[in-house]
Structure formats: C-alpha cells, structure tokens
Ligand binder design. Structure first.
Ligand code: PBG
Length: 323
C-alpha cells in the first residue's frame, strides 16, 4: 500500500494557491461606516482602534476610496445629536443618516452599492430597536410602522439597499410593501435574518453612542439556538428578502453554513465590532499577527458560505489581497 500523501498539495505557495477552495475578493466586502451629526472631523472610537465616526466630508472621502479600491458596498449608520422616544431622526429627511445617504449617492452614483441600516436604536433615547408600549416593552407592530416610513425615507435619500436590523416579526414584508407602494421596487432588502443577542456588539454601542440600558433578548436570538435561525431565514425568504444575513460572523459559522444550504438568495455575514476589536486588542499586545488573523477570520466566514461580508477590515483587506 502506498502512503497516501495529502501534503503533496501543500508543498509550495503556487500549488497551494492552485488548489485553494476559498478566495476573498474586495467586491464581496461591505464597509460599515458611522457618520456623526455635527462632526467637523473624524472622531476616533476608542474600543475600535482605526475606526471612526465620520464627518460628512470624511464619509464622502472614504466612500470614494471604496470605489477606487473596488469594495462592493458601504453600510451607513447614523449618529444623531438628538434622540427621542420614537426615533424621529431616522425618518426625518434632514436626519443625519438620510443626509449622509444623499451625499454619498451624489458622490458615487452607482459605482458602489449604498446600504443603509434600517433600525431605530441609533435614534431612540431609550436605545431600543423599536418603539415601546406603555409597559416599556418593544412594541412589534408599532415599530413596523416606523420601519416602513424609515425605509421610504432611506430609499428617497438614495440607498440602493436597506438593511432592516431590528429583528421585529414581519419587518421584511412590511418594508417591501412600503417600498413598492412608494415606487421603489428596485430597492434591495438585505434582511438581518438571523441576528443573535450577542455580547460582541459591545464596541458598536460606543460607536453609535447608544443609550441602551438592559438588553435586546426579547427580539434578538438566543445564542443557544440553531433551529430558530433556520425559521427566521425561511420567514425572511418568504417575505421577500433579496439577501439574507447572519450576524455575528465567526461565533456563528454553523448558522452561516445552514443559511447557505437552505437559502435561494445570496447569503451575507457581518463580522461585527467585537470580532474586530478582539483581533485588534490581541494584535496590539503582540499576541497574534493582525493581518494574518483578520484574513483568516474573513476566509473562514466565506468558507462557511457567506458570499458577502460586512467587515471593518474591508479597505485594508482589499489592500492586503492586492499584494
Ligand atoms: C442595530 C445594529 C447593531 C449592530 C448593527 N446594527 C447593534 C445591536 O444590535 O445592538 C452591531 C454591529 C457591530 O457590532 O459591528 N441597529
């Protein structure tokens, strides 16, 4: 019996490149960005070294950089100066997010896919993803009304894609109907289909200056559950999602794989703030190799089945992949 030698296919970089099953490409990356109302210069986010809250000017500059480098898209989050109970800044055409969308769309046109976070948490004074009922609980159906308005406002402002991220039941169907009713049939819905109640969102809360007290466990999914994710993905497909997303990424590779197996539309994954910050913190201590680990995490998310990856490394990873 000859010795079977899998190592033959690992003998040098050229052979390894030839047989590599998974390849990253900048076109499949989406860069999440934060834009802060009133900022005149970028404001660093302490818990996410290298990531900033943009001014409108610096946002436009980074969007153009994404076009130049060939990044697939931009996901924009707004950081308003004022918040209220219903998150009215989210639907106001002059709210920071809508102003930012108009600006980027005017600057970049169709050269990159412009995506908008469709959620109220950045705009509510209580920090929840929806409006509250008289008992202080997130009111699903009242929130849907707000999401419908917000989707239309974002489409009007120039978003190619809206990303409902609040995990309300029925949100995709309501957003689709609202968009179609306002003649935005072409606006794409990126559904945060399986979004888990994760501790890894921590740094994001600083990034958007969230005022949340408590948690989101009554609307986001329990990390213990997989079947529930399949159910949520199926529901979003039935409601008309154009792309389904799993979030976070690395701790949920099994969920990504399930999504890829059952979805008839493209699957995205979000490598979230805490995933980024963990790599940054360990690398800053000299404990891991930053570039190597960032690319390894992205490759793993892709290998699991995500075709599109939202990542704070988008620009840098595009640079790394060129060299
Ligand atoms: C909700 C939203 C969150 C993130 C994206 N959209 C926060 C949350 O659900 O608490 C997190 C993104 C990240 O952590 O990078 N609008």
């Amino acid at each position: 019996m000859p010795v079977i030698r899998p190592r033959r296919l690992r003998q040098n970089a050229a052979v390894r490149a030839l047989v590599a099953q998974t390849r990253l490409h900048p076109r499949n990356f989406v860069l999440p960005v934060f834009v802060k109302e009133g900022a005149t210069a970028p404001v660093p986010i302490t818990s996410m070294p290298g990531v900033v809250q943009h001014s409108l000017e610096s946002l436009e500059a980074v969007a153009k950089e994404c076009v130049a480098v060939g990044i697939g898209g931009l996901m924009v989050f707004g950081v308003p100066l004022e918040k209220d109970a219903t998150g009215s800044g989210g639907t106001d055409p002059d709210g920071i997010l809508n102003v930012a969308l108009r600006r980027v769309r005017a600057a970049c046109g169709d050269d990159l896919v412009l995506m908008s976070d469709l959620c109220l948490d950045e705009f509510t004074d209580h920090g929840h993803c929806g409006v509250l009922d008289e008992h202080g609980r997130v009111d699903n159906d009242a929130t849907l009304v707000r999401y419908a308005e917000m989707a239309v406002a974002q489409a009007r402002a120039g978003a190619h894609v809206v990303g409902p991220s609040g995990m309300m039941d029925g949100q995709v169907a309501v957003v689709r109907a609202a968009l179609d009713g306002a003649d935005f049939e072409d606006v794409i819905i990126l559904a945060y289909a399986a979004k888990y109640a994760s501790g890894f969102y921590g740094p994001f809360r600083e990034a958007v200056q969230s005022s949340l007290e408590g948690d989101r466990s009554t609307y986001q999914q329990d990390p213990a559950n997989l079947a529930e994710a399949i159910r949520e993905i199926q529901l979003d497909l039935d409601e008309g999602a154009d792309i389904v997303m799993v979030k976070p990424g690395l701790p949920y590779l099994d969920v990504i794989a399930e999504a890829a197996a059952l979805s008839t539309v493209p699957v995205a994954a979000y490598q979230i703030s805490g995933e980024y910050s963990m790599i940054e913190a360990a690398a800053a201590n000299g404990w891991i190799d930053r570039k190597r680990c960032a690319l390894e995490a992205l490759t793993s998310i892709r290998r699991a089945g995500a075709q599109i990856i939202l990542t704070y490394y988008a620009l840098e990873a595009a640079e790394w992949l060129r060299t």
